[in-house]
Design a protein around this ligand. Structure first.
Ligand code: BG6
Length: 311
């Protein structure tokens, strides 16, 4: 584990195992690189600003406590805060490296994020969040814990969360997503209409912004049918990435690609970069989590790239 100066002089941590590496900025606890066998799995925009007031574009932005637009800034403030390094751990036996970040309510969050009121008066949200990133030789584990630390009994901590991962792909025409067939999704490109996914292979050929709901793994019935995990397949680079997650705490999956017109409107994203990225975001979006004082929430998501030879 090394601490280095990254783009624009922001501090970043570099984690390494024998066959993998990962880079994480303190700003947003934002993962900007994850490589196995020297292959990069995350997309980063060449136009990302790396300013300490704005989220980094690409990698794994951590979306918390709000997904999308709402009472506070879009996608919450976790991706715009500097996190504290809480712990670092090297596990020789598992050959893994772990880093733990901490974020508590602070002057900034107190100013912008108040509780939903039950007693008629507004109070600040009190929280203690841990973000744990564990780099294994061939996969990455992301764990997120939240505790409502308020001492006032009716202060309910309410939030959404998502790992907003940008995957690096050979070309959008070469990729598809498995594991979404039969799910309902909110189609943000069509007035938030609830639509059923009919495709076994979900391909992207225009602006796509969907929240798939309750993506709980099921066993397909019938001879020869097997459980289909959530997977990103890239026929160009001959790689696949399997995404596992604790679906009880994070049942929703977002698929997003801005395509050409939206790309042109984003000042920290190059016009033609939509060819080389797809966001598959695991989260709790549709039904926010509500924690009473002293209650905790824990969740976990893993990113498991295949070996090149397995496709
Ligand atoms: C996705 C949303 O998660 O993030 C999209 O579903 C949004 O609607 C996209 O455009 C990017 O958001 P931002 O705030 O990082 O530009």
């Amino acid at each position: 584990i090394q601490v280095l100066k990254g783009n624009n002089d922001l501090s970043k941590l570099v984690l390494k195992t024998s066959t993998s590496s990962c880079e994480i900025y303190i700003h947003g606890a934002h993962i900007t690189s994850f490589k196995t066998n020297s292959i990069e799995h995350l997309f980063m925009s060449e136009k990302s600003g790396f300013q300490d007031t704005k989220a980094i574009r690409g990698g794994v932005p951590l979306i918390w406590p709000q997904f999308g637009n709402g009472k506070i800034q879009t996608h919450g403030f976790a991706r715009n805060c500097d996190w504290e390094i809480h712990k670092a751990l090297v596990d020789e036996k598992a050959q893994s490296v772990q880093i733990e970040f901490l974020l508590r309510n602070n002057e900034y969050s107190d100013k912008i994020w108040n509780c939903n009121i039950t007693s008629g008066k507004e109070t600040v949200n009190s929280f203690h969040t841990i973000y744990r990133v564990t780099l294994h030789p061939d996969f990455l584990d992301l764990e997120f814990d939240v505790k409502n630390t308020s001492a006032t009994s009716d202060n309910i901590l309410e939030f959404q969360i998502a790992f907003h991962t940008y995957y690096q792909i050979s070309n959008i025409d070469n990729v598809y997503v498995l594991g979404l067939e039969g799910r309902d999704y909110i189609d943000k490109m069509n007035n938030h209409k609830i639509t059923k996914e009919l495709n076994q292979k979900v391909q992207i050929s225009n602006e796509t912004d969907r929240v798939y709901l309750n993506v709980v793994p099921t066993q397909s019935t019938g001879v020869g049918k097997n459980y289909q995990p959530l997977q990103l397949i890239d026929n160009g680079s001959k790689t696949s990435i399997t995404l596992t997650y604790d679906y009880q705490s994070m049942p929703d999956v977002v698929v997003w690609n801005p395509w050409i017109e939206k790309s042109k409107k984003m000042d920290d994203f190059a016009d033609n970069e939509y060819h080389n990225m797809i966001c598959i975001e695991i989260g709790t979006i549709n039904t926010p989590v509500k924690l009473s004082p002293n209650q905790s929430f824990q969740t976990k998501h893993s990113i498991l790239p295949s070996n090149k030879s397995s496709l």
